[in-house]
Design a protein around this ligand. Sequence first.
Ligand code: G3P
Ligand code: MG
Length: 245
Amino acid sequence: MTKTLIYAHRGASKLAPENTMPAFELAKAAGAEGIETDVQLTKDHIPILIHDENLRRTTNGTGFVQDYTYAELRHLDAGSWFSSKYSDSYIVTLEEFLRWFRHQPMVLNVELKTNVIEYRNIERIVYDCLKRHQVLERTVISSFNAETLCRMKKINPSVETAFLTSTKMRNLPGYAKSIDADALHVKHRLLDKKLVKHCQKNRLNLRIYTVNRPSMMKKCFQLGCNGIFTDVPHQAIEYRDQWLK
Ligand code: G3P
Ligand code: MG
């Protein structure tokens, strides 16, 4: 039986502001095996960890990530929107995150946010950063944008790539194979037994997002999905230990 790995979605994002160092530290403390994070580029081409293209929701800034240098973004408060306790949290670079992550016994999912804005050269920039920190072997690169994944495979065919989707398609595993992806990361409502079987037959890893409800966690564990992305890794670990005893 495949053990389903628990990835903290944007860190332990129910407990601390998403994609900040406190959220990643709490993911580790919860015992999550993995971390999922979202990457975009600043105006000066620095990869940073943030989910939205716009700064409004998760910082005290306005406008778009791509219009500011990292030096400008570094001053923003990326924690108060969540709780005043986190008012000193800031947007972290991929570089700074990896300086911490490389010493953690965890796996990583870097999601390249290129489905709205196609950040030029993001694949090469992120690849070089992951390589410098020697974490490529335990990293899966995902994207909703298939072209991003193809570009990553061109840089290095041995990097694990995952096609992300929330759209029902007749032959999703076939599509993933056709773009040379190694995994499928799908929204929870697309999960059924047939998809699991089809992925196994095609030797594709199957991971599910965003799994916060216990009943959905149970389904993922029992079907033998390779991983789940959850905002509540502490709960997922507790449930997995209970159900798979
Ligand atoms: O990578 C899984 C999940 O994070 C994809 O959706 O919007 O939460 O980045 P989103
Ligand atoms: Mg994501």
